[in-house]
Design a protein around this ligand. Structure first.
Ligand SMILES: COc1ccc([C@H]2OC(=S)NC2=O)c(OC)c1
Ligand SMILES: [Zn+2]
Length: 261
């Protein structure tokens, strides 16, 4: 189908010339989540999310995406419950998106691609001293994935969109305060969860994925604002920051669990 040809073409995208695989990787991300193959797990608890907007620090363009980073020296913005054994601290959130609305997300649901995907990145501050340590551990990170789809204007996202021109180029950073990222979560509590990895180097297999079933809606102008960002630094030949997603990876010997029937 068309989506496959898109995927193939994207797999050869400059960002991913060599199919980036981790030698011996058995739990790589992203994956296609086949709804009918996911297993309802009644022991999965509701996810508990508590973010403190005062922990919001800045937005910066790291040359792959734009990240909103949080102060994580205390348990102020945390998640727990769901599939998690410990409490995890919010470190940053960022997005992956396409050049056009037909593709852009990293995960897919029954091969359906979304125009963008939000990643809220948390680390296990009970077991590890820092995010950098947690990145290397099997239970080190918990990433909430939220799909973005084209639809109504998203009021909460606009504050972020308005700050993007200030971080147009790689390595630009701007202060960003009192933002509560829970405004970017769908109200539906349903999610899938599976054991996976980071989707850019170091690709470490340290992520407990929590993929929300419901997408949030954003409008065309808000998606276009993401596409105005650049991979490149000031003075370099401009390369638009688009298609910053990794191709799908094999499920191998993994089960995807659902929190809903
Ligand atoms: C060193 O910190 C990193 C490095 C890479 C990633 C990539 O892995 C996923 S997931 N999205 C990404 O852009 C990251 O995100 C949590 C954090
Ligand atoms: Zn990501």
């Amino acid at each position: 189908g068309t989506c496959c040809s898109y995927r193939l073409r994207d797999a050869l995208h400059p960002l991913w010339q060599s199919p980036l695989s981790v030698p011996g990787g058995t739990r790589q991300s992203p994956i296609d989540i086949q709804w009918r193959d996911s297993i309802f797990d009644p022991y999965l608890r509701p996810l508990k999310i508590s973010y403190d907007p005062d922990t919001c620090l800045h937005i910066w363009n790291n040359g792959y995406s734009f990240l909103v980073e949080f102060e994580d020296s205390a348990d102020k913005s945390i998640i727990m419950g769901g599939p998690l054994e410990n409490q995890y601290r919010l470190k940053q959130f960022h997005f992956h998106w396409g050049a056009i609305n037909e593709w852009g997300s990293e995960h897919t649901i029954d091969s359906r691609v979304y125009p963008a995907e939000l990643h809220l990145v948390h680390w296990n501050a009970v077991k590890y001293e820092s995010f950098e340590d947690a990145v290397m551990e099997g239970n080190g990170l918990a990433v909430i994935g939220v799909f973005l789809k084209l639809g109504a204007y998203h009021d909460g996202l606009q504050k972020l969109v308005d700050a993007l021109p200030a971080v147009k180029h790689k390595d630009e950073i701007v202060e960003f305060d009192s933002f509560d990222p829970s405004c970017l979560l769908p109200s539906c509590p349903d999610y899938w969860t599976y054991a996976g990895s980071l989707t850019t180097p170091p690709l470490t297999e340290s992520v407990t994925w929590i993929i929300k079933k419901k997408a949030i809606e954003v409008d065309e102008d808000q998606l276009e604002a993401f596409r105005m960002l650049l991979f490149t630094s000031p003075g370099e030949e401009e390369k638009r920051m688009v298609d910053n997603f990794r191709p799908l990876q094999p499920l191998m010997n993994r089960t995807v669990r659902s929190s809903f029937q």
